[in-house]
Write a protein that binds this ligand. Structure first.
Ligand code: SF4
Ligand code: SF4
Length: 99
């Protein structure tokens, strides 16, 4: 195994270098009425942290905002502009363990 392969880390390894200081109030809110029109639900596969989960038994998107990595991708791909996304309030959100 060469050095490049040794340094290759899985997404799970990288995510384990993060810790979270959860905000008591969600920093992202979804207008679930708009989600009813959304057939492709790109938020459920673009999010690297698995924040969005579509539950077909209740026909609703569940949002685990505490896991958010603050990349902003979900807001960009949402076709109905239904995600109200702000950075978590100061001191909350992701914290790099080694920083
Ligand atoms: S992409 Fe936007 S509209 Fe579609 S399910 Fe996700 S949040 Fe709702
Ligand atoms: S900002 Fe990034 S990590 Fe956070 S919910 Fe959106 S896609 Fe997921």
């Amino acid at each position: 195994m060469n050095n490049k392969e040794k340094n290759k880390k899985s997404i799970q390894d990288k995510l384990s270098n993060l810790k979270y200081n959860a905000n008591s109030e969600a920093h992202l809110k979804v207008d679930i009425k708009k989600c009813l029109k959304c057939t492709s639900k790109p938020c459920t596969f673009i999010c690297p942290a698995g924040v969005y989960e579509y539950r077909d038994d209740i026909n609703e998107i569940l949002v685990q905002y505490e896991n958010c990595l603050e990349c902003g991708a979900c807001k960009v791909v949402c076709p109905y502009n239904s995600i109200d996304w702000q950075y978590p309030k100061s001191g909350c959100g992701i914290i790099l363990k080694n920083s």
